[in-house]
Design a binder for this molecule. Structure first.
Ligand SMILES: Cc1ncc(COP(=O)(O)O)c(C=O)c1O
Length: 490
């Protein structure tokens, strides 16, 4: 494809995306296709002859555009629909998409400083900008020169894995033969257990001897007394507590673990375990100073991650990880074959991000942070988050105003967790399915822990208010949709 054709088609692609954003509200939120429908619409094998003919570029574009409409669009669940309230969001924005285009077009690999210095140094500066913006202590920033710093990973799962590998390296350096045990609340994300499986700590997903799932309190926060009891029991049995994952914003109900008390409990052990904070979703709220109560104790942790790609207007993928001390990370992940050696790396004066992650190659993802932070500024990002907090509060008050419903868990950020009082799990699932099938909105559910004081083990519904296009009328519309389905079920 020559550059004139690329240029012409690129303009049309930007039009297609902008039209999609303008029109998405008129589409049903949830895809209605059946399993296999998309497969059936696609040829079984790749075309033998190329379809692009430089003499007729329009023909190729027209064929692609028709197939996007016919095959792809019906199979989309519209994550950027203003009435998408499921899971946690995966935000996008104009500046971020433009940056992603530039990243693709420049096509650099930032595995070493030397393979594109701008890729590494922009990332270092952006992780400092962002770390400062959410109120991380100085030791996590490059500018402090204390050995800490941040890196862009694909996802929070990768950040947790990399942190656990660093923790394992640190523990094994001190006690090479120790049998290691990790700890997280029973509400922590499954990525903690998965990391332990990949790191060879846990033999399977059900290996609770090597990943202790700690009980939570009435607000779904990790119980530090239970954590201490479990760690002491493991020590007494000759095992070594080496890693604690504290969650700031659990997936189920956005509960915030008591990070400071978790760290203090770790510090009371003969060998201090690594403490990692998983703030995948809720960390974004800390751009607002009034939300930084969630970070109390973060000055004591070893690593911290959150995903700007969830709730901070940056396209997937952009998961950010900060460490207070990079040495254990490098001990865990650094390996230098001859073909990667170069003068800059040998000098020790540059960051080679390949040593901070599992893969070698890496994209120029910091462009997305740069474009987004420059476009909105910190004030703009704060206003964005605060508006979602306001809308979530509004939704919560609407739900509380109708006694057929109850809010079952305290709201910490932008997630409202609620249920129909009557009819139990069956009625709640049926209402959610009906709302989702209507195409008007999309919600997902979770179950509360068996020890929950209001609704033990119950199926509850979650509405995460964090869509970039979501405004007050969409939240009110969700409420009307819920009410009308509750009436049908009464
Ligand atoms: C608390 C928490 N941690 C980790 C994850 C996993 O995120 P990722 O897809 O970035 O690995 C999620 C996903 O929602 C989450 O809520």
């Amino acid at each position: 494809m020559d550059t004139p054709s690329f240029r012409a088609m690129g303009h049309r692609m930007v039009d297609l995306i902008a039209d999609y954003w303008d029109d998405v509200e008129s589409m049903p939120v949830l895809s209605k296709v059946a399993p296999g429908d998309i497969l059936a619409a696609l040829p079984a094998s790749a075309p033998r002859c190329g379809e692009f003919d430089p003499a007729h570029p329009d023909a190729f574009w027209n064929a692609l555009a028709a197939d996007i409409d016919r095959v792809i669009m019906p199979g989309l669940t519209h994550w950027h629909h203003p009435r998408f309230f499921a899971y946690f969001s995966a935000n996008i924005s104009g500046p971020s998409v433009l940056a992603d285009m530039l990243c693709a077009g420049l096509g650099v690999q930032g595995m070493l400083w030397a393979t594109s210095p701008a890729c590494t140094e922009l990332e270092q500066r952006m992780l400092d900008w962002l770390g400062e913006a959410i109120g991380l202590p100085e030791q996590f920033l490059f500018r402090a020169g204390a050995g800490g710093g941040g890196v862009i990973a694909g996802t929070a799962s990768e950040s947790t894995l990399v942190s656990m590998l660093a923790a394992r390296a640190r523990a094994h350096a001190a006690s090479p033969a120790a049998e290691l045990v990790a700890y997280a609340s029973d509400q922590a994300h499954s990525s903690v257990v998965k990391a332990a499986m990949i790191a060879g700590i846990a033999s399977s997903a059900s290996d609770t001897m090597h990943v202790r799932r700690i009980a939570v309190d009435a607000q779904c926060r990790l119980r530090v007394d239970e954590l201490e009891r479990a760690m002491q029991a493991d020590l007494a049995a000759g095992r070594l507590p080496f890693f604690i994952a504290a969650t700031v914003g659990t997936t189920g109900v956005t509960a915030v673990d008591p990070v400071r008390d978790v760290c203090l409990a770790g510090a009371r052990l003969p060998v201090r375990p690594w403490v990692h904070v998983d703030a995948a979703h809720s960390g974004a709220a800390c751009v607002c100073p009034e939300m930084r109560w969630m970070l109390d104790g973060v000055d004591l942790v070893d690593s911290f991650c959150f995903n700007p790609h969830k709730w901070l207007l940056v396209n997937f993928d952009c998961g950010c990880l900060w460490v207070a001390d990079r040495r254990p990370l490098l001990d865990a992940l650094s390996i230098t074959p001859e073909y990667l050696r170069n003068a800059a790396s040998d000098s020790g004066s540059v960051v080679d991000y390949r040593d901070w992650q599992v893969p070698l190659g890496r994209r120029f993802r910091s462009l997305k942070l740069w474009f987004v932070m420059r476009a909105y500024g910190l004030d703009g990002l704060r206003a964005y988050v605060r508006e979602h907090l306001r809308l979530a509060e509004l939704l919560e008050s609407l739900i509380r105003s109708d006694d057929r419903f109850e809010v079952v868990s305290p709201r910490t950020v932008n997630l409202v967790v609620f249920r129909l009082r009557g009819g139990g799990d069956v009625a709640n699932r049926a209402m959610m399915d009906a709302v989702n099938a209507s195409g008007r909105a999309y919600l997902t559910h979770t179950t509360l822990p068996a020890t929950h004081p209001v609704a033990p083990g119950a199926v509850v519904l979650r509405a995460a208010v964090s869509g970039a296009l979501t405004r007050e009328p969409h939240v009110r519309d969700l409420w009307e949709t819920l009410r009308s389905h509750a009436t049908l079920r009464a």
